[in-house]
Design a protein around this ligand. Structure first.
Ligand SMILES: Nc1nc2c(c(=O)[nH]1)N[C@H]1C(S)=C(S)[C@@H](COP(=O)(O)OP(=O)(O)OC[C@H]3O[C@@H](n4cnc5c(=O)[nH]c(N)nc54)[C@H](O)[C@@H]3O)O[C@H]1N2
Ligand SMILES: Nc1nc2c(c(=O)[nH]1)N[C@H]1C(S)=C(S)[C@@H](COP(=O)(O)OP(=O)(O)OC[C@H]3O[C@@H](n4cnc5c(=O)[nH]c(N)nc54)[C@H](O)[C@@H]3O)O[C@H]1N2
Ligand code: SF4
Ligand SMILES: [Mo]
Length: 752
């Protein structure tokens, strides 16, 4: 059906609002307005679902977007993906460079702006050496952009201070996969949803944050009502509303619940000794290899009765969900920030994988532990190509000499070029910038002045005169623009070419479909200009165009289990995404890793069915991870828990979705979700102003009284630049992954 623009927008606004209150089905196939002259294949700019889109072009402008019927989303998009055009042509677009002079951003030429960037970075290097500069990038930058930036800093400028927002997002998932399997990234694919008979969703509000993927889950349930859905979340989200069992619990205690599920599974004989006897090692928290009996002993602290007291979940419900998980013929788990953004984020990730390794629900269609990625290219760019301070491309580590040397050889640069010391992780990097120990920072495709936790510290640091921040950003009203010293006009989405890799290891090519506005440039060009001005060795940046970077990445990945050799640009032009590993041009891509016959990294004559080749003996690890409290538990002064997160119609800091009238109307301002009982006890009515106070700051929000949060818990969405909840959140981090605990801090609320 073809709808007029008005009809589409009307339907959009209505379904969007409906989505927020009632259900997961606000999908559209096409938000068509003007009939385009041409359709160009691309990928949605937003979430890690990675929906394929077709960009409709008329007279050289992007006029509409529809779903790519040949990609995994089968033509469906949520409203964010479908309503892109007004963002591209927003009046807030930055279309020329700016330099801050006497506190005000003033227009400048590219040469002046980049000249100043060069001067400041060279001064910082001269004064403090390579550790005095840094790069802070994004899981929304293209793969090639992140690969290039990381190479410029690590191989060209000697600085491992390369970080990005995935540290706030996926670091615990990386830590979880690497400790459990020895290799990062999920081992299954989206098609596991279609074969699963039990789906456990924990710490993920999939219906709002991965809507098109959630539609696939909901369709699976509709097609077969015997498919069981378990949702483990302290809020009764839209996602929870389709669950057979919604488990609400005291925030942070899910580590105890997951251990308790393991206890039940073993005691009900639902584990698979044939699997774990052959393919699993049991390891204590201090890395001692022990036996199955030791694991059972460890789990004795987590009987359902004991965990009921810790978590507030009845022993009966814990038994019930554990049986659902274990009895199903194929169980798939999904998780996201509810587990990752925690000071025990890595442990929480391990505990989900434990359940799969214990039961053998892995490596079969419908059975996999699947970490959902947030951003469209956190997997692709940052995780795979090594855009963090301790990583090198394809899972190699900076601290390993053999890894550095192998890469130096592939890159054709002298042995010993790469600094053996990892750089500063995100929070340490921004702390150092705030103390002007790091003096020059390149910020690209992220808005840290809004998204960092306990953000007042960092915005104060950005105000200093003795440090320097250059920001590449398409929109004038992004919070970080207020603090940058140089602003560069970034080309946006359809104005550039490159790849995104989504949650399921699927890489898709985004083709350029329009010319950049005004003087905007793709980040690739900006980074190349920067590198040349900084005098980076031409052997480090031997590229004429972005396709050259891709081809180098294919080569660099080839000798590793990532292996992108078969993904030539020609093939990517036609395909609607391919899943790695993909070793040859005729290889179809890989849906299941670690299984002989499925994963091309395992020889056909390998004697066993599974091989967790990330580990020396091919066995994955079941870890003993104890439950421990949050970094800041509620106390007398701050008796409640504050959690933060997302709503369906806004993307992060709102710089993009706030520009779409329909999305903005759907959620115009941040609010605080309060449970009915708590509201009653405090005399708070729906719509009242409520004061929130944490140790760090205070702020007033309108109350939304509902049954979504459990008593004792409040939720604030963090998209609103006028009501930045990150002034109140905590910057405590996971010891292993260095990811902040955005999901839990102590708060006091009162009627304002
Ligand atoms: N619409 C929309 N979609 C997005 C984004 C967006 O900004 N908007 N951003 C993308 C990105 S980058 C990301 S990382 C993902 C995030 O996707 P999600 O992680 O699904 O979203 P959040 O709302 O951050 O948090 C998920 C849930 O964690 C729950 N939670 C809080 N505390 C706990 C706890 O102690 N244990 C458990 N188990 N759960 C807890 C919250 O109640 C919340 O429902 O979304 C991606 N998709
Ligand atoms: N309270 C709270 N805070 C959180 C979280 C939470 O759950 N709660 N979640 C955390 C997570 S998971 C994440 S991923 C981070 C995300 O945090 P951010 O990355 O800071 O948030 P975004 O709004 O996505 O910022 C992306 C910026 O890049 C700009 N941009 C868009 N396209 C381009 C481009 O092509 N080039 C360039 N140069 N710029 C572009 C956008 O306009 C925007 O300003 O936030 C973290 N912060
Ligand atoms: S589900 Fe995610 S990738 Fe798909 S259209 Fe919506 S925002 Fe875009
Ligand atoms: Mo994220």
């Amino acid at each position: 059906m073809k709808l007029s623009r008005r009809e589409v927008l009307k339907a959009a606004a209505a379904s969007s609002a409906m989505m927020a209150i009632s259900g997961p089905f606000s999908m559209v196939r096409e938000a068509a307005a003007d009939e385009p002259d041409q359709w160009v294949k691309s990928v949605c700019r937003f979430c890690g679902t990675g929906c394929g889109v077709m960009v409709g072009i008329k007279n050289g402008k992007c006029v509409t977007v529809k779903g790519d019927p040949n990609n995994h989303n089968r033509g469906f998009l949520c409203l964010k993906g479908a309503l892109m055009p007004p963002i591209v042509y927003s009046k807030e677009r930055v279309t020329r460079p700016y330099i801050r002079r006497n506190g005000k951003l003033e227009p400048a030429s590219w040469d002046e702006a980049m000249g100043l960037v060069e001067k400041k970075f060279k001064e910082a290097l001269a004064e403090g050496g390579p550790t005095a500069i840094g790069y802070y990038g994004s899981g929304q930058a293209l793969t090639e952009e992140t690969y290039l930036a990381s190479k410029i800093f690590k191989a060209g400028l000697g600085s491992n201070n390369v970080e990005g927002n995935p540290r706030l997002c996926m670091a615990s998932a990386v830590g979880g996969y690497v400790t459990t399997f020895g290799k990062d990234e999920p081992c299954g694919s989206y098609s596991d949803i279609d074969a699963a008979t039990c789906i456990m969703i924990i710490g993920s509000n999939m219906s709002e944050c991965h809507p098109v993927l959630f539609k696939r889950v909901a369709s699976r349930k509709q097609a077969d009502p015997n498919v069981k859905i378990i949702v483990i979340d302290p809020r009764r989200t839209n996602t929870a509303r389709i669950a057979d069992e919604h488990v609400s619990f005291k925030p942070g205690t899910d580590l105890a619940i997951l251990n308790s599920m393991a206890w039940v599974i073993i005691n009900e004989e639902l584990d698979s000794p044939r699997f774990h006897g052959k393919y699993v090692n049991f390891m204590t928290n201090d890395k001692k290899k022990v036996d199955f009996d030791a694991y059972m002993k460890f789990l004795e602290d987590y009987t359902p009765e004991k965990v009921e007291k810790i978590s507030g979940v009845s022993a009966a419900q814990i038994r019930k969900i554990a049986k659902m998980f274990g009895e199903a013929s194929a169980t798939t788990s999904f998780w996201c920030m509810g587990l990752n953004q925690r000071i025990r984020g890595v442990w929480a990730n391990n505990l989900v994988s434990n359940l799969h390794l214990l039961t053998g629900h892995i490596g079969k269609p419908g059975a996999t532990p699947f970490s959902l990625t947030g951003q469209p290219n956190a997997c692709g760019g940052v995780r795979d190509t090594g855009g963090l301070c301790h990583l090198l491309p394809a899972g190699r580590l900076i601290k390993k000499e053999a890894h550095r040397n192998a890469l130096e050889k592939q890159w054709g640069i002298p042995k010993g070029t790469i600094n053996p010391k990892p750089g500063l992780h995100t929070i340490a990097l921004w702390n150092a910038f705030s103390e002007a120990k790091v003096k020059a920072m390149f910020v690209l495709c992220t808005n840290p002045a809004h998204s960092l936790p306990n953000v007042n510290i960092y915005t104060e640091g950005m105000k200093r005169k003795d440090n320097f921040m250059v920001l590449s950003e398409p929109f004038m009203d992004a919070e970080s623009v207020k603090y940058c010293d140089v602003l560069l006009p970034a080309a946006f989405w359809c104005e550039k070419r490159g790849t995104y890799g989504c949650s399921e290891r699927r890489y898709s090519l985004l083709k350029k479909s329009t010319e950049p506005l005004g003087e905007c440039k793709p980040d690739f060009e900006i980074l190349m200009d920067f590198a040349k001005r900084m005098g980076v060795d031409s052997r480090v940046i031997p590229y004429e165009n972005i396709d050259d970077v891709w081809n180098e990445w294919r080569m660099v990945s080839a000798a590793t289990p990532y292996n992108f050799s078969g993904m030539t640009r020609e093939r990517m032009e036609k395909a609607s995404g391919i899943l790695w590993p993909c070793p040859t041009e005729d290889h179809p891509g890989t849906k299941i890793r670690y299984v002989r016959g499925e994963d091309p990294n395992i020889p056909k004559d390998y004697p066993k069915k599974y091989n967790f080749y990330g580990k020396p003996d091919g066995r994955a690890v079941i870890w003993f991870r104890p439950y421990k409290g949050a970094a800041e538990e509620p106390n007398e002064e701050y008796p409640m828990v504050l959690t933060t997160g997302r709503v369906i119609d806004h993307w992060h800091t709102g710089t993009m979705t706030m520009k779409v009238p329909e999305l903005r109307r759907s959620f115009p301002a941040a609010y605080v979700e309060v449970n009915i009982e708590d509201a009653k006890a405090k005399g708070i009515q729906n719509g009242d102003n409520v004061l929130l106070e944490t140790k760090r700051d205070k702020m007033v929000f309108r109350a939304k009284v509902s049954d979504v949060c459990r008593p004792g818990l409040i939720f604030v969405p963090w998209y609103d630049a006028n009501l930045m909840i990150n002034k109140l959140t905590l910057n405590a981090i996971d010891k292993g992954s260095k990811q902040p605990e955005f999901k839990i801090c102590a708060v006091r609320i009162s009627k304002a």
